[in-house]
Design a protein around this ligand. Structure first.
Ligand code: DUC
Ligand code: ZN
Ligand code: ZN
Ligand code: ZN
Length: 483
């Protein structure tokens, strides 16, 4: 039987118009006025939008001596509660492990997902095995490969490895992702701060100034340009990184930037809270920054130089955070946000006039669906698209509180923030997972979304190869040697 979303206003990245939307077997089958029949979902006063896509999560991730505490079940339940209907998680090979073995572990974990998901593959080490595994990973629908320029001695790859991996990706029609912070400098600053007795969570911010992010972002852009691979920079938190991305885009390089909802709405003052737990709960990399950087990120979203808002959802309990009492470098890095990304961005973006509703849809869903090459299956309200839909009530309000959240952890970094604009219904491939605020998720409903390589966006020029690659000069008068 059909489900019909009635009396709402459809909002896509391009258009706003009154229409009903019919869903059959998980797919949108009809859009138009006064659709009859089927089970009705009343969208009076609401906007009918593509469900959110969060392209940056770490669910049940082994990291810094522990595992992130939201798994694919609680994480995707939190996502749906907040209007997000697809997540993209990072498969993380151990040192020396084959990419395909890492993928197997992620396949196993993800069987519990409540909504659809895809993966990025992380390149955490480099060698023949990785080089040889990459085509098979692409064949399995994973075309995006993440590289950490930070976490020295753990996840970090060096520049030679970065160039080799980027070049391989260019051949395969993939997209390179980077966590852009200079891991060597971070390691030096961390050691210096600890030696000087700076052991509290605030020192985490001192150890990762915006310059380390600006440097690494510039470096990654230049290396991607030489390799001729498109580049997606995750968690852009500062003006220096944004400036590099802006400049690259102006030069015609295929580069995208992804700010997080946390960096857009929370600032570095959180680290100076006298409560150790409060500060440690907000330790993530890159750290929260000051207003100058926040303004830059908002300007990037408004002008289009930044393309996607994500969360980097990586949730640790207070107990886990306390692994770093006496040494900030042992505080597991990460914050949550899956349930709050859409309401927080609506509240601070649309309600303030910084973003139009269409821009909101673009940066929470449609842009990333296009970049990841799963549009219009995802990110669209269109006949034939998956019925991943959020019916958004702009009048619905709440104060964010850990006590009422879906996430498995015991606090929320947005605790006490008031939001206006929340889902009335969230549909994941037609299943109504949020019904008038009531959670009706189905464990295991989520399916893997395979993505193809060689989409138009998966190509970039190499200004190095095309314009300045070395060409040997033919010479006649070669001087004698050894004189
Ligand atoms: N940053 C975090 O804060 N957590 C997970 C990984 C990362 O890059
Ligand atoms: Zn990262
Ligand atoms: Zn991350
Ligand atoms: Zn707020």
């Amino acid at each position: 039987m059909s489900t019909v979303i009635r009396n709402g206003t459809v909002v896509t990245a391009d258009l706003t118009y009154k229409a009903d939307v019919r869903v059959d077997n998980g797919v949108i089958t009809e859009i138009g006025p006064d659709l009859k029949g089927g089970t009705e979902l009343d969208a009076t006063g609401c906007y009918v939008m593509p469900g959110g896509i969060d392209p940056h999560t770490h669910l049940e991730m082994p990291f810094m001596g522990t595992y992130s505490s939201d798994d694919f079940e609680s994480g995707t339940r939190a996502a749906l509660a907040g209007g997000t209907t697809m997540v993209v998680d990072f498969a993380l090979p151990n040192p020396g492990e084959s990419l395909l073995d890492a993928l197997k572990r992620w396949d196993n974990k993800s069987t519990r997902a409540n909504c659809d998901y895809s993966f990025h593959m992380a390149v955490t080490w480099w060698g023949e095995q990785v080089f040889n595994d990459m085509p098979e990973v692409v064949k399995r629908g994973i075309t995006t490969f993440k590289h950490f320029l930070a976490y020295k001695g753990a996840l970090m790859v060096n520049d030679d490895e970065l160039f080799a991996s980027f070049s391989r990706l260019a051949e395969l029609g993939g997209i390179a992702l980077v966590h852009a912070e200079n891991g060597d400098v971070v390691a030096e600053l961390t050691a210096k701060l600890l030696a000087e007795g700076n052991t509290g969570p605030e020192a985490h911010a001192y150890s990762r100034p915006s310059q380390v992010e600006g440097e690494a972002t510039n470096r990654a852009i230049m290396i991607a340009d030489m390799a001729g691979v498109p580049l997606y920079v995750v968690h852009v938190s500062c003006e220096e990184a944004h400036e590099a991305i802006r400049r690259a885009r102006m030069q015609g390089k295929r580069v995208w930037g992804e700010p997080l909802i946390q960096h857009l709405t929370l600032d570095e003052s959180e680290y100076f809270n006298p409560d150790w737990d409060h500060a440690a709960r907000r330790v993530m990399s890159p750290p929260f920054r000051d207003k100058k950087h926040q303004d830059s990120l908002w300007a990037g979203l408004m002008s289009g130089s930044l393309s996607v808002v994500a969360t980097d959802h990586c949730a640790f309990t207070t107990e886990q955070k306390r692994m770093g009492v006496g040494d900030f470098s042992k505080i597991p890095n990460g914050t949550g946000g899956l349930e709050d990304r859409m309401p927080m961005l609506w509240t601070h973006g649309v309600n303030t006039g910084r973003l139009t509703m269409n821009e909101f849809v673009a940066v929470t869903s449609t842009n990333i669906a296009k970049i990841l090459n799963c549009y219009p299956k995802k990110g669209a309200i269109m006949v034939g698209a998956d019925a991943d839909i959020v019916v958004w009530d702009p009048e619905k309000e709440k104060t964010i509180a850990a006590a009422t959240q879906q996430s498995a952890i015991d606090y929320n970094v947005f605790e006490g923030h008031h939001v206006k604009g929340l889902p009335r219904f969230t549909l994941t491939r037609g299943h109504v997972a949020v019904h008038d605020g009531e959670i009706r998720t189905q464990e295991g409903h989520g399916k893997f979304v395979a993505r193809e390589a060689n989409a138009p966006v998966n190509r970039a020029l190499s200004t190095w190869k095309e314009l300045t690659a070395p060409r040997p000069v033919e010479r006649s008068g070669i001087p004698a040697t050894g004189v």
